[in-house]
Structures are given as structure tokens and as C-alpha cells.
Design a protein around this ligand. Structure first.
Ligand code: FAD
Ligand code: EPU
Length: 334
């Protein structure tokens, strides 16, 4: 692996934060990882940089995942199994599958980042989570230098969560993900906004492309494009609270939104809480809260990671004070 020194990470994180990596190298294979580890240096695995908040220069080695490839490993009448390199760009993979008429990830169109990061927080949008189509995850175990295969159950997927964010955090480098996709699509268009957009687009016959286009249209209408305004998508996760607490809040805030997730538990959109608390569209110099989606913190150009972190913690404290609800970052603060 060729290492470069004093590399700006501005183009490598979607917040567009100007920080420097002491050293920077790309790996393209398991052999590259074997040659690098074990290492005495501090290291960080970087995918598309779309779920990180960089608060300081990185005094160590940033290892950029460039393991590529989309390989068909199995097929039957109804399904196809694809092993995909962790460095592949997620949205390119989605478009590839749509073109081939392989169904299952069209609702996850336009999510930034890499295939390898997709299982880490179990990316999700518009009624689908990537756990629904992941067969297994191949990962390089840093300590033993061995490849370990996690089946779907062993990944312990949850809402924006997996074993890779908890017990196994920092112990593995994900190298490939195997997906099981459908050759015969069952469309997942229950989400109100998708139905509405399909109607507006006069779609009478569903297709993977029509669903993907609708999702892209909805996303572009409310989420800022990182190429124009730096951001990392939803900064916080949506909190789950006891339904009794939700009912009590409804007395005080009749417009509050909530979705039952299981018996006695309600998920509340953090975007609503932050919006209703008056933060939406607030700008503080070079940073702020997005005007169309209060869950998205933004960098207008020359913002600093620490200022965004500070703003996030002010919002968190305010939400707790106003509603008694704890909200926690989805973004990895580095
Ligand atoms: P990075 O930001 O590079 O890394 C994230 C973390 O994973 C880091 O801790 C990193 O060290 C670790 N990591 C990355 N790759 C590997 C690997 N191969 N092995 C081990 N560790 C690794 N997310 C959703 O779930 N749903 C959405 O709808 C959504 N919308 C978004 C919209 C926008 C505009 C943006 C900017 C982000 C959005 N996100 C969304 C968040 C983000 O796209 C996902 O979390 C994505 O999976 C991050 O991928 P990445 O490659 O950029 O990861
Ligand atoms: N809302 C407001 N004001 C706002 C934002 C939202 O009142 O400023 C309300 C909306 O009116 C709606 C509800 O909150 O009733 C939910 O909003 P939205 O549909 O925009 O979704 P979200 O809960 O904010 C989640 C995910 C997104 C994902 C979308 C679509 C989390 C943390 N975020 O957002 O994922 O794309 O649903 O499924 O779960 C991400 O993880 O980075 C991300 C963008």
C-alpha cells in the first residue's frame, strides 16, 4: 500500500470539513490488509465519509477502502446471490441491480457511501433496511488476520445498528458483502411519500426504476446534496420511547408525530422534535440546521467539526429539556 503524507480529507467526507490526515493509503485487497496489520500506528477505516464528523486532524493512517467487484456467486429460479466489494459505491450498486432487474434495494437509492459500510449501521430508508437483503458479511479480523464470515443473524442487525457498531467495533475491516436479491420483484411502496410521488409521476405500472426514481425525487426534495452543502444525512437517530410517555407528550404537543414499533414502544421522529423546538433553518456562521429537514446539520463551507459537535450537543440538551427525550447521534464523531 502506497502511503501519502499530510493529505486533506475535505474531499473524503460529505460534511466537507477541512482536516488533514498525517498519512493516507488505499487498500484494494485482503493482501493489502495483511501487509498493513498488525500496525503500531493509529488507523481509521474510511469508506465514503458520509457518516462521520471529523473534529480534528488525524494523527495516524487513514485507510481508504477500494476493494471492488460485483460477482454473481449463485442463482436459482427466484433469487440471485451477489458478492460485492466493500469499496463499491452503494448507489452505483443499486443502479446496477435496477438495470439487471434484480429487486430488493431500489428503496435504498441515493444513499451515499460504500457497500462495506452499509451493514455497519444497517442503512435504511422508505420501509427497507439493508438487513432484509444481506446474506452474509465477510470481514478481515485485524488481530488474527483471518477472514470471518458473519451470517445475517450474527450481524445482530437493529435500527441503525449492528454488531459492528457494538462488540466488534474496530476489530474488523469489512471486505465483501453478499446480497440475496429477487428476480421476481415484490414492490415495497407502502410509504406514503412513495405512493404520492408515483401518483404525481403518473406511474400506473410499477417497475424497479419507477420506485427508485420516486425515492430519488423525494430525497432530493428534502436532503441537501453534499456536493452543494456539507452534511452527513440524519445527524441523530429517531428515539424510541414508552408509548405512555408519547401519549403524555401528545396532551402537551397535539401535533407530535409517532409510529408504534412494538408493544408499548413508539418511535418519534427527531426531526419533528428539533423542528418544533425552533431549530430548523437556524444558521450559526458557517454551520447550521438544514432549512428543509431539521434532523440534518450542515456545513455551509468553512465550518469546523467541533462547532458542529457543539451545536449537536446544544440541540440534544434542548430536546431533553423540552420533551424529556434523549436523542443520540447516528453520525460517528471522530
Ligand atoms: P464512512 O462514513 O466512511 O464510515 C462510517 C463508519 O464505518 C466509520 O466509523 C468507518 O470507520 C466505518 N467503516 C466504513 N467502512 C468500513 C469497512 N469496510 N470496514 C469496517 N469499518 C468501516 N443512512 C441511512 O441509513 N439512510 C439514509 O437514508 C441515509 N441518507 C443519507 C443522506 C445523506 C445526504 C448523507 C450524507 C448520508 C446519509 N446516510 C443515510 C448515512 C450514510 O450514507 C450511511 O451511513 C453510509 O452507509 C455510510 O457509508 P460510508 O462508506 O460513507 O461510511
Ligand atoms: N419532520 C418534521 N420536521 C423536520 C423533519 C421531519 O416535522 O424538519 C417530521 C416529518 O414531517 C415526518 C417525520 O418527521 O412526519 C419523519 O421525517 P422524514 O420522513 O423526513 O424521515 P426522518 O425520520 O427524518 C428517516 C431516516 C432517514 C431516511 C428517512 C426515510 C433516521 C435517523 N433517518 O428520516 O435516514 O432516509 O427516514 O426513510 O432514521 C440517515 O439515516 O442519514 C437518513 C437520512
Amino acid at each position: 500500500m502506497k502511503l501519502q503524507e499530510n493529505i486533506s480529507l475535505k474531499a473524503y467526507n460529505t460534511f466537507g470539513l477541512e482536516v488533514t490526515a498525517q498519512k493516507f493509503g488505499s487498500f484494494t485487497s485482503e493482501d493489502d490488509l495483511k501487509a498493513f496489520f498488525p500496525s503500531q500506528e493509529t488507523w481509521f477505516i474510511l469508506g465514503g465519509g458520509s457518516n462521520i464528523l471529523l473534529t480534528q486532524d488525524f494523527e495516524g493512517i487513514v485507510l481508504h477502502n477500494q476493494i471492488m467487484g460485483i460477482d454473481k456467486i449463485k442463482e436459482d429460479e427466484n433469487h440471485i446471490w451477489l458478492e460485492v466489494g466493500a469499496g463499491e459505491v452503494w448507489h452505483n450498486f443499486v443502479l446496477h441491480c435496477i438495470e439487471k432487474e434484480w429487486a430488493g434495494i431500489e428503496n435504498l437509492s441515493l444513499i451515499p457511501g460504500t457497500v462495506g459500510a452499509s451493514p455497519i449501521q444497517n442503512i435504511g430508508a422508505y420501509g427497507v433496511e439493508v438487513k432484509d437483503v444481506i446474506e452474509s458479511v465477510k470481514a478481515f479480523h485485524i488481530e488474527t488476520q483471518e477472514i470471518h464470515v458473519f451470517n445475517n443473524k450474527q450481524c445482530e442487525f437493529g435500527y441503525r445498528d449492528s454488531v459492528f457498531k457494538r462488540e466488534q467495533k474496530g476489530k474488523y475491516v469489512i471486505t465483501q458483502v453478499t446480497f440475496k436479491l429477487n428476480k421476481v420483484p415484490t414492490f415495497n411502496v407502502n410509504y406514503g411519500a412513495i405512493q404520492q410521488t408515483l401518483e404525481e409521476n403518473s406511474i400506473t405500472e410499477l417497475s424497479l426504476k419507477a420506485v427508485s426514481d420516486a425515492v430519488i425525487q423525494i430525497r432530493q426534495s428534502k436532503l441537501p446534496d453534499p456536493k452543494e452543502i456539507g452534511n452527513s444525512g440524519s445527524f441523530f437517530k429517531n428515539p424510541e420511547i414508552p408509548t405512555s410517555q408519547f401519549e403524555a407528550l401528545k396532551e402537551k404537543f397535539p401535533n407530535i408525530v409517532g409510529y408504534p414499533v412494538k408493544e408499548g414502544v413508539t418511535k418519534v421522529p427527531a426531526g419533528w422534535l428539533i423542528d418544533n423546538a425552533g431549530w430548523k433553518g437556524k444558521r450559526f456562521g458557517e454551520i447550521g440546521v438544514h432549512a428543509k429537514q431539521a434532523l440534518v446539520l450542515v456545513n455551509y463551507g468553512n465550518g469546523k467539526g467541533n462547532d458542529i459537535k457543539e451545536l449537536a450537543y446544544k440541540i440534544k440538551a434542548d430536546i431533553f429539556e423540552k420533551y424529556g427525550i434523549e436523542i443520540n447521534p447516528e453520525v460517528n464523531i471522530i
